[in-house]
Design a binder for this molecule. Structure first.
Ligand code: C2E
Ligand code: MG
Ligand code: MG
Ligand code: MG
Length: 289
């Protein structure tokens, strides 16, 4: 390490870049293999209302590789987006989530929403809307159940095109949510031009909610934006009762986070939900983990 310290910082930086580059190549190679060999699977995180009743699920992809171990979706989704693997990965996510969701909803008497994250690469692919509609038909899931989560990066590309896709999806009753809201690039004027159904308040604001007045003010502003644009709201990354209380006071009544439940494989979720709704017509509630 002495030798390394005596090197110029440029050299060290270059070494870091090489390491990052090699990691990316390995992840890409292993992901290609993983997609072909069923190494990916989905987990689902409950979304709840003020009564703790589950009202929806967010599908989140997972990957357990033989050599790399478990790789975070933040890392491999990024690699997929840069390597042409996002299209097969996105197709896997859509098909698997709808299939597993259909099996769950057949066993429940509570209607639930299903939220699926969509990469900008998928969203801008010609034929995306038809592919979504075909997947819904294949698994017999009605379009109004589906919420597609997009991020603000979508509008850094072709805004008109993105807008048209959003309108096409909504014409079929599919809803759109803006994920990680408040962290990205979207301005208020941009939001005014967009027919979106839901804002997801980013975890970074929820983290600071109780102690940081600026985070709390940001959440108040987001609540006001949602109200004035007729959008529904959900807070993500809720970890404490105090945050639930503060959000409720501020006017956000839907939550997602470890306080209610971690993301779970469908089989586990099914057991928990069917167990909690044993009385006929009782809504499924989430046991806090
Ligand atoms: P996201 O869509 O904003 O998902 C929320 C992330 O926060 C998830 O991380 C979730 O596990 C985590 N989370 C939820 N509640 C809590 C909490 O209370 N505390 C903490 N610390 N974390 C919480 P995950 O699953 O690692 O996903 C990271 C990101 O990767 C996602 O952020 C999304 O952008 C992307 N991603 C995940 N699955 C998919 C997918 O199927 N397709 C696409 N395109 N992107 C995905
Ligand atoms: Mg999301
Ligand atoms: Mg998010
Ligand atoms: Mg995120």
């Amino acid at each position: 390490y002495e030798a390394k310290e005596s090197r110029s910082s440029v050299v060290v930086y270059k070494a870091d870049m090489e390491t990052a580059y090699l990691r990316r190549l390995t992840v890409e190679q292993r992901l290609r293999y993983g997609l072909a060999t069923d190494a990916l699977y989905m987990v689902y995180q409950p979304q709840v209302n003020q009564a703790g009743t589950i009202v929806g699920l967010e599908a989140l992809v997972r990957w357990q590789d033989e050599e790399l171990g478990s790789v975070s979706p933040s890392e491999f989704v990024d690699v997929a987006e840069k390597s042409g693997l996002m299209i097969p990965l996105g197709a896997f996510v859509l098909d698997t989530s709808l299939k597993e969701f259909r099996e769950l909803s057949a066993a429940l008497n509570t209607p639930l929403d299903l939220a699926i994250n969509i990469s900008v690469i998928q969203f801008c692919q010609p034929g995306f809307v038809d592919a979504v509609l075909a997947a819904l038909r294949k698994h017999d899931v009605p379009p109004p159940v589906l919420v597609l989560e997009i991020t603000e990066t979508l509008f850094m590309g072709n805004f008109e095109r993105a807008l048209k896709t959003i309108c096409d999806l909504r014409k079929h009753g599919i809803r759109l949510a803006m994920d990680d809201f408040g962290t990205g690039y979207s301005s208020l004027s941009l939001l005014r031009q967009l027919p979106l159904d839901e804002l997801k308040i980013d975890k970074s604001f929820i983290d600071g909610l109780v102690d940081d007045e600026r985070a709390a003010n940001m959440v108040r502003s987001i609540v006001a934006i949602a109200e004035s644009h007729n959008m529904s709201l959900i807070a993500e990354g809720v970890e404490e009762q105090k945050q639930v209380d503060a959000l409720t006071t501020m006017g956000c009544g839907r939550f997602q986070g470890y306080f209610f439940s971690r993301p779970l494989p469908m089989a586990d979720l099914k057991k928990q939900l069917i167990g909690s709704a044993r009385q006929p017509d009782a809504p499924a509630t989430i046991r806090r983990s």
